[in-house]
Ligand binder design. Structure first.
Ligand code: AMP
Length: 127
């Protein structure tokens, strides 16, 4: 059975899309810890990030770098944190989180955003 993230990348489940190419897809995290919190996934299903082959992992990082540059410029943050957890969804993903200080990376604190806010943020950082 396809993972929820595969179904998002295939357009079967709605998301706030940020960027896409042949291999990778980026969309807003539905329970963001900061405004602009984005997930980058490979379209091909693999559970653990470090099971991705070296060349593809490199390309995924370059894709994430492009998305992060866009987040940094549009969200006006000091840095874009790069976090990999993978404990909840068994489809490899990189969290990109706009931050100004260390305490901004706290997965216990979620932002409550309206649908309009999600749409606006996705539109702002869209590649
Ligand atoms: P983890 O696997 O621990 O890295 O966490 C999975 C992340 O995916 C969490 O931050 C969730 O909020 C996020 N997430 C789960 N389902 C969706 C969805 N349908 N759309 C966007 N983000 C999601």
């Amino acid at each position: 059975m396809a993972t929820i993230f595969s179904r998002i990348a295939m357009g079967e489940i709605p998301c706030y899309k940020v960027a896409e190419n042949d291999e990778f897809f980026a969309f807003l995290d539905i329970n963001p810890i900061q405004k602009g919190h984005t997930l980058v996934i490979p379209k091909e299903e693999v559970d653990y990030l470090f099971d991705i082959d070296d060349e593809k992992l490199g390309r995924m990082m370059v894709f994430a770098k492009q998305v992060a540059a866009q987040i940094k410029s549009k969200m006006g943050c000091r840095r874009v944190a790069v976090v990999v957890l993978g404990l909840e969804v068994p489809h490899a993903h990189i969290h990109l989180i706009p931050i100004n200080e260390e305490k901004d990376v706290d997965f216990k604190v979620k932002q409550q955003l309206s649908e309009d806010e999600f749409k606006l943020i996705a539109e702002q950082i869209k590649l």
